[in-house]
Design a protein around this ligand. Sequence first.
Ligand code: GAP
Length: 429
Amino acid sequence: MDKIVSLAKRRGFIFPGSDIYGGLANTWDYGPFGVELKNNLKSAWWKSCVHERSDIYGMDASILMHPKVWEASGHIENFFDLKSDCKSCKKRFKAAELSDHKKCPECGGELTEERPFNLMFKTHQGPIEDGSSQIYLRPETAQGMFVNFSNIMDSRHPKLPFGLAQIGKAFRNEITPGNFTFRTREFEQMEIEYFVRPQDADKVLQEWIDYRFNWYLNLGIKKESLRKRKHPKEELAHYAAACTDLEYKFPFGWNELEGIANRTDFDLRQHAQASGKDLRFFDDASKERFYPYIIEPSGGVDRSVLAFLADAYHEEKVKKDTRVVLKLHKDLSPVKVAVLPLLRNRPEIVELAKKIAAGLKKHLICVYDDTGAIGKLYRRQDEIGTMYCVTVDVQSLEDKQVTVRDRDTMLQERISIDRLEEYLKNKLA
Ligand code: GAP
């Protein structure tokens, strides 16, 4: 983990939040390559879960929602962890993580009784901070889709089964955040709410578990580092009848990457009752009205980024040196091509390299770098996970060819500048 955290900071993927003020605990800022990786990951999810399917509609709902949403959803009543405070050092612990429920694991002091602690962040809407203005930052994006169920029905007239998908921020006042970006209080989710006939729920749940499992594998996660884990009954959330987690073998152990749950008709029924709106599905053929069941694949963007970073991190012996390389899938790599002049004190070479980079930038994510000797530049690009390095040398001025180096094999090929764009596009297709 230390190596990943250090590379993430050194190379501009992820920085500690509010760094110049000594940081705000467990907040992280995505830097230039981190935001590209994160955007690529979200695009890959959107492509697979929205664009490539004809049964899913995209959405982007507000973070701030009517407070009644959280009463109806059960979050005000049920969304809490049991916590215990140390009477001496004042540290707070999640009861489930304590081995001795009486003694502080840090200083040995006496612990208070376990008390429920609601995980929702509270805030106020408008200038007057009284009870009536209190609202919450959403702890899951899901509710934004449930409350729009009838808007989608009226505007898109879908047939069952169909789904809604969205990516967005969620907030939880976690008692024990940690492990870098794995558990934070502000994070991003990628969620699908898939509406099905109740009798199809078990079958569709299994289909989604497989679909999402394969998505991670297709983007390069090693098979031996990914597993499915079915929740025992006592572990299920208040709304779920069944849930299977996809777990990744993080450097700190197997942990949840995504949960795929059968939420039954719990949410639609609750919102129908609380809002007074009819949220049943009307089946044209049978003229029946009923509440569909909901299958929910719910993944974390930040957790996925961390898993893909950990999975891609390689150290290889190259002669006497160790090469650190991020072997990210081509669709996820933050940079596809780097253009590097072999000699930065030769203006004709620099000029040609800059011209090539400017041309490629119109089609691919491409960087130009002339801030070091070629060995150092290659090492830097390997650590970012750049797929191809294009080197412009003295000979390029004569034969109008450049050297293209493959990140994984390190093999080099001479390619004519005329053909370069097409060559790279084919490789990256
Ligand atoms: N709507 C269902 C739901 O929110 P969840 O299992 O609580 O289910 C889904 O969260 C996913 O969101 C998790 O699998 C994880 O990837 C991500 N997630 C949850 N809490 C998180 C946190 N504190 N920090 C980072 N990611 C988190």
